[in-house]
Design a protein around this ligand. Structure first.
Ligand SMILES: O=C1O[C@H](COP(=O)(O)O)[C@@H](O)[C@H](O)[C@H]1O
Length: 239
């Protein structure tokens, strides 16, 4: 595992954008496509905005990037809480991506059906691959959740399905999420976490006793791939 610490959130987003651009170039020098899992929430917005600008807009071969989502809030696409909508607004509408390469988790059908449909797409994509995604971007909530793996939920322990849908009473909404088995089979996973509100949780996740029910982010540990944490000083304060 590698931890990258930046002075502030602005610097953090710049550091990750530069690192990711180099990583995409390196992977693309060996293969013809790059599979990229986007995360929702507020923290990655600045990163997406940067990727949509020079020099990354021109430096990355966007036509060859295939996009997926780590999780989705089952609200209509137009709802400001929709993770896919945020990614379109900040990045996908601004760079020359190939429409057929964008795979959103659908929220216009029943969540369980959307999860099954998404899993089918993923199985098709990775049927001949030893690993799954080339890159998974993850966030970590102040409560230690990542993807839609919230503390105390059953989905944390899923061992077979790659995608699950479930009702989250605390937020009164369904969630659709990738599970640990598919994410832990990725070639590279990077967490992006910022702000003092995450400091105590980050200390437990990275330095504390294993307790995935309390700190679901601890379950992410790629079996064959790389794991990176990009954090700002405020979040890293208690490490
Ligand atoms: O609900 C969610 O939250 C996490 C963390 O979001 P942040 O606002 O603290 O950055 C996010 O990674 C996930 O995609 C989202 O659905």
């Amino acid at each position: 595992m590698e931890i990258h610490i930046a002075n502030d959130t602005g610097r953090l987003s710049h550091d990750l954008a530069a690192w990711l651009s180099d990583y995409i170039k390196e992977v693309m020098s060996k293969q013809d496509r790059f599979t990229f899992v986007l995360s929702g929430g507020s923290t990655p917005k600045q990163l997406y905005a940067l990727l949509a600008e020079s020099p990354y807009k021109e430096a990355i071969d966007w036509q060859k990037v295939h996009f997926f989502w780590g999780d989705e809030r089952a609200v209509p696409f137009e709802d400001s809480r929709n993770n896919a909508k945020m990614c379109y607004d900040e990045l996908l509408n601004k760079v020359p991506v190939h429409g057929d390469h964008i795979h959103i988790m659908r929220t216009d059908i029943e969540p369980q059906e959307a999860a099954l449909e998404y899993e089918k797409v993923l199985k098709q994509y990775f049927k001949d691959s030893e690993t799954t995604f080339d890159f998974v971007l993850l966030g970590m909530g102040d409560d230690g959740h990542t993807l839609s793996l919230f503390p105390g939920t059953e989905v944390i322990h899923e061992e077979d399905a790659w995608v699950k849908a479930f009702y989250l009473p605390a937020q009164q909404m369904f969630r659709i999420t990738l599970t640990a088995p598919i994410v832990n089979n990725a070639a590279c996973v990077a967490f992006l976490a910022a702000g003092a509100g995450k400091a105590e949780t980050l200390k437990h996740v990275l330095k504390g006793e294993p307790n995935i029910d309390l700190y679901p982010s601890q379950i992410i540990n790629p079996t064959k791939g790389q794991l990176h944490w990009f954090v700002d000083q405020a979040a890293a304060a208690m490490l």
